[in-house]
Design a binder for this molecule. Structure first.
Ligand SMILES: Cc1cc2nc3c(=O)[nH]c(=O)nc-3n(C[C@H](O)[C@H](O)[C@H](O)COP(=O)(O)O)c2cc1C
Length: 229
């Protein structure tokens, strides 16, 4: 019995070591794709995995004041190239994800969330009234620009998760804030959905002549990046 446990522990430890190494290797290999191969498409399963990663992202209070818009319409994607300083990734990648925040937030967002907690966890709504009031007092009293800033930051967290997921799943991606959000909102009709674009994330597979593919990763060394106090 003792022997078996020891073997299991060694096996577990070995697996953890391999997983750590694999994670770092995936992150070292990923890069911002400059040129996508328009003929290579993600499978539905791959796309779905990415959308699920985004849905599972942590958000402040768990409110998820964000949505992902998957732009499939090729004509719209060509229009978005002009709103992205000519960056063709938005048209050439297999899929274009636009990470959005809510445009205006009000009590309905908070009430919907409380309703969701109540039904998911089978809790009386009255039990959640303290939590609801805390959210209402903290969020709805912020200035509009502070609300926007706060929501934007959370969209960037989702971006980080998506980039890591793409790396692990060997899907090419290019995080992009190089576009004009107001123009994206107009082309995609986002204000009608009460949304505002924050980030674009073209995903797919890089072209064989992608100039970024062979570039060495440039990062500060650990000793210039980590301070241990
Ligand atoms: C928030 C954010 C916005 C970015 N915007 C663009 C962009 O508009 N166009 C682009 O080609 N790359 C963009 N990048 C990619 C960065 O230039 C790239 O991540 C950085 O140079 C590090 O290189 P690596 O990701 O290839 O390791 C962006 C990256 C981040 C995180």
């Amino acid at each position: 019995m003792l022997g078996l446990s020891a073997v299991s522990l060694v096996y577990l430890y070995y697996n953890l070591l391999v997983m750590d190494a694999k994670l770092i290797e995936s992150l070292q290999k990923r890069y911002a794709v400059k040129r996508f191969d328009p003929t290579k498409k993600l499978s539905d399963k791959q796309l779905d995995a990415l959308l699920e990663v985004a849905r599972l992202t942590a958000t402040s209070y768990g409110l998820q004041l964000m949505k992902i818009v998957v732009v499939e319409d090729q004509e719209l994607r060509e229009k978005l190239v002009d709103c992205s300083f000519g960056q063709r990734q938005v048209a050439d990648a297999s899929h274009l994800l636009v990470l959005c925040r809510e445009r205006d937030i009000d009590l309905d967002h908070i009430e919907d969330y409380v309703e969701n907690i109540s039904s998911t966890r089978d809790i009386e709504k009255e039990t959640l009234s303290g939590f609801k009031n805390a959210m209402t007092n903290s969020i709805l009293t912020k200035r509009k620009e502070d609300q926007i800033n706060w929501m934007d930051k959370q969209v960037y967290i989702a971006l980080g998760k998506l980039l890591a997921a793409c790396a692990i799943l060997e899907i090419g991606s290019c995080p992009m804030e190089g576009f004009i959000p107001e123009e994206y909102d107009e082309v995609l009709g986002l204000d009608k959905l009460n949304l505002a674009s924050v980030l674009a994330l073209p995903v797919g597979f890089s072209a064989s002549d992608d100039p970024n593919a062979k570039r060495k990763k440039v990062r500060r060394s650990q000793d210039k990046f980590v301070i241990t106090i």
